[in-house]
Ligand binder design. Structure first.
Ligand code: ATP
Ligand code: ATP
Ligand code: CA
Length: 218
């Protein structure tokens, strides 16, 4: 039987925003919620929604949960339901389970019972906001590891109208520019001769400390 990409269990704000985005990107998404009103509301922007209690193994089996490659458990406040749901999905043999955790202990339990990826929305969003406050020129970032990031940084004004080579960025700041974003266009792998202009964004890879220093330049 052909598998389907995504099922989202729990259509609160978190689950809804995941489901909506996947659906907008052209993916087939099944939304599941125990609350009929939540399921009905989601019908407006999802291809399929069902009302089911995810802590009931038979209910999950009957919606064909095993046909999904990836199941996202977006139940948060009810920790017991979240844990029970992940346990059942794991027992049934679902390959990829992504689950939202409220906090550290909830996350540890989800990890123990075999969730493949655990998301801490409040903690992660808080960190992002703080990082943005600490580095105002940093607009966006991807965490590669504990040590390394890729960051999108507004160029410091004193760097405008100079080339990467003149600025000697790699040697001076120990970071590498992998792309320049200019007027919405992306110039990938810029040559050392490339002149950067006021308003350009640099996509830079490097260790977090070096990036933090770079993003605080005036
Ligand atoms: P969010 O923070 O994402 O807005 P919320 O705070 O509104 O969510 P949660 O308790 O985190 O509420 O639950 C998210 C959704 O999960 C709710 O719509 C709820 O009806 C649904 N839900 C809770 N328990 C189950 C269950 N056993 N089976 C299916 N859906 C459930
Ligand atoms: P390196 O040994 O640092 O790789 P290089 O000797 O190969 O540099 P060039 O490629 O001409 O010489 O670059 C000269 C300098 O220009 C580099 O040392 C670096 O500081 C800077 N530079 C060039 N391209 C980039 C880039 N994409 N990101 C950051 N700095 C760059
Ligand atoms: Ca909540």
């Amino acid at each position: 039987m052909k598998t389907k990409p995504y099922a989202v269990i729990g259509l609160g704000r978190f689950g809804t925003s995941i489901a909506k985005r996947l659906f907008e990107a052209g993916q087939e998404v099944l939304g599941i919620d125990i609350d009929e009103t939540k399921a009905e509301d989601a019908e407006l922007f999802l291809s399929h929604t069902v009302v089911a209690d995810a802590t009931d193994e038979r209910a999950l089996t009957s919606v064909g949960i095993l046909n999904f490659d990836c199941v996202i458990v977006a139940i948060g406040n009810n920790m017991q339901s979240s844990i029970l749901t992940v346990m059942i999905l794991k027992d049934l043999g679902v390959k990829k389970i992504i689950a939202k955790a409220l906090g550290k202990h909830h996350g540890q339990v989800l990890d123990k019972i075999g969730a493949n990826l655990i998301i801490y929305p409040e903690r992660d969003m808080g960190e992002r906001v703080a990082n943005q406050l600490l580095s105002p020129n940093m607009l966006n970032y991807i965490e590669l590891s504990n040590e390394y990031n890729i960051e999108e940084i507004m160029i410091p004004s004193k760097m405008a109208e100079k080339s990467l080579k003149e600025l000697d960025i790699r040697a001076k700041y120990k970071v590498s520019v992998i792309a320049i974003v200019r007027d919405g266009e992306i110039l990938v792998s810029p040559s050392p001769k490339k002149i950067i202009h006021r308003g350009d964004l640099l996509v830079i890879i490097g260790n977090k400390e070096s990036l933090a220093k770079f993003s605080r330049l005036e």
